[in-house]
Design a protein around this ligand. Structure first.
Ligand SMILES: [Zn+2]
Length: 323
């Protein structure tokens, strides 16, 4: 990976407003700065007020002072050093900024969008739009700082829909049982390269392969679930209840977390009957019949509970399944 791309992804991961100074970009391959400018990634920022001194070997930072040349009146810049005043070329003062929104616009220019990226978790997650890969439509997101310890909360807060793919600069979230629905995460360092001229190459083949593999494993799991859970209605009712209980445990944790943070508990969106049907591996009509079954008292109790945030807070342990 080119040095410029490596530093850009690093900055997007960590900085609120990435800024690149002359001393940094001058070490890139020739032409890389021009690429960033031509791609529309970089725009001029306030000049540096401090520069590093390379004269004395101490690499100290000093404030830049300006003065006119005694004869020509031309503006000159210098920094103070123990060796005396050190003249610095004016070009060293240049800096460029790259707002996150600009980065997303340039990198995801090919994604089908309804508008600018929507920041759905402040500073962490953006909804970008939709894209088709591996013969499926995907919801496309960008998220960053998923190596932070609060990544599980950020992912739960974002409530990524099914069939979501989340691009990150470098890091993906670690496995964490507190994550309610773990989306597919792909680091851009695996996907992006500079192409010819000032354009990124977005490695669609890599994304396709990854997502096709994911769809194959989901299909295999569904077949397994179907074989395991196909059976008479009581077995279906138990299977649906077990999915609801799993949801309720997550919903209780979510309600407690949001209450502690904001003062009011929030309701984690309960699965629809359609989703329950998919999870259990039966047709939607089977789920409807299960709910209507006169023996399904506990099932209906759990269903109502999942929609009542105040009672969810008191949810302790799975009630008996022998309804
Ligand atoms: Zn010095």
């Amino acid at each position: 990976m080119s040095e410029s791309l490596r530093q850009i992804l690093w900055a997007v991961e960590s900085d609120d407003l990435p800024v690149f100074d002359y001393d940094c970009v001058v070490r890139w391959e020739p032409g890389e700065l021009a690429r960033c400018l031509a791609a529309g990634l970089f725009s001029p920022a306030e000049p540096s007020r401090f520069l590093t001194c390379y004269e004395c070997g101490e690499l100290h930072d000093s404030e830049v002072v300006f003065f006119p040349h005694v004869v020509t009146g031309e503006l000159r810049a210098a920094i103070a050093c123990t060796l005396g005043e050190v003249l610095v070329p004016l070009e060293r003062l240049q800096r460029w900024q790259m707002p996150i929104g600009t980065f997303l616009d340039v990198v995801f220019a090919h994604i089908e969008r309804n508008g600018p990226p929507a920041e759905i978790v402040s500073g962490r997650v953006w909804r970008l739009g939709k894209a088709k890969w591996a013969n499926s439509q995907w919801n496309v997101f960008f998220a960053r700082r998923l190596h932070w310890s609060d990544a599980w909360k950020v992912i739960n807060q974002a409530q990524f829909p099914a069939r979501s793919v989340v691009f990150t600069p470098q890091h993906v979230a670690e496995l964490d049982e507190r994550i309610i629905r773990r989306p597919t995460m792909l680091p851009l360092r695996e996907v992006l390269t500079w192409g010819e001229g000032p354009k990124f190459v977005f490695d669609h083949a890599y994304v396709e392969d990854h997502l096709a593999e994911l769809l194959r494993s989901i299909a295999a799991q569904t077949v397994k679930k179907k074989t395991r859970k196909q059976g008479p209605r009581p077995a279906h009712i138990n299977a649906i209840m077990s999915e609801l209980q799993q949801h309720l445990r997550a919903a209780r944790d979510y309600a407690i977390t949001t209450r502690d943070r904001t003062g009011a508990p929030a309701l984690l969106k309960p699965p629809t009957k359609e989703t329950l049907a998919k999870l259990v591996g039966v047709h939607k009509s089977t789920v409807t019949h299960c709910f209507r079954d006169e023996s399904a008292v506990m099932l209906n109790y759990l269903w109502n509970l999942a929609h009542d945030v105040d009672r969810i807070l008191d949810y302790r342990s799975p009630p008996s399944c022998g309804s």
